[in-house]
Design a protein around this ligand. Sequence first.
Ligand code: AMP
Ligand code: MG
Length: 343
Amino acid sequence: METLRLTVFDVEQDKDSLNKAAELLKNGRLVAMPTETVYGLAASAYDENAVKNIFEAKGRPQDNPLIVHVSDMQMFTDVVGEVPEKAFQLAEKFWPGPFTMVLPRGEKIPASVSAGLDTVAVRMPENKVACELIRVSGLPLAAPSANKSGSPSPTTADHVLYDLDGKIDAVIVSDRCTVGVESTVITLCTNPPKLLRPGGVTLEQLREVLPDIEVDKAVLAEPEKGKPVASPGMKYKHYSPKAKVIMLDGDYEAFKSYVNANKSDGVFALTFEGEESGLEVPTVSFGHKENDLEQAAVLFDALRELDNRGCRLCYSRVPKKQGVGLAVYNRLIRAAAFQVIEL
Ligand code: AMP
Ligand code: MG
């Protein structure tokens, strides 16, 4: 199939493209759309066949549930079952934005959206193009990240096409994603509530509304083999470039000595911005050390750049686990398949 490029930078001026994308969605087709987190591969959440095609196009494991994107609170109540009052407080505070809640699944949402679970993950995105596409199509959109399953998430239309050209019906060409990592996911279906995946809304912010929220074990460590996980997506090696990634935990001097002592063909260093001097291997940077928002915005780009430049093995610096840094750490440790060397 040929993947249609639909340009939408301004929802008012580029109405034709937006309407075309909405029409495709109404007909059960797959459209990659920008959101503020990463590009999403969208299909109608009410259309079982379209949802099946999402899994197929991405090569996504069947047991990894999708997030349903809504544009207003009416659509939200349409897709969930009975929800606790807290859900509305959280929606008021963090929506629209990079924040997803797992709640009881509504009857209109087919089980396949949630990989058979009786819960559903819901988010209201802030990106204007995504909101308008949901609104114009009149459909809640099931949308995982628009990449090949396992590879770094896409933050531009070019990334989407690199992975999925010819496998999806259309891609909306628009501005790059501003947050750069996937949404924060919490579940309100456990007591106390749990953080399943860190993202653009931080744990510190969540604690203001949910003082008793717990962090699921899988956020920071490798899930135990064979044990069930609260968020199925967390058990997969994820976000990985083709290159092998190893995190080196220590200060910059120790990092530099280790990398220089282990240099060889195809070895790269993934550093913070401005740390390149003194390293005897090629470097790619992922934002300044103290700037967690910048790290999140460029991380997946940096992982893709490693592959483009022929990296075979990459030693990486370790981001701080505070604020959005927790999300950056969570993605990087998965890209590294949990390999960390203490220096
Ligand atoms: P992605 O679509 O790539 O952003 O991944 C969605 C993430 O949300 C995965 O880590 C899923 O495991 C998680 N998720 C989606 N729906 C549920 C659900 N019903 N229960 C628990 N986790 C979910
Ligand atoms: Mg994904």
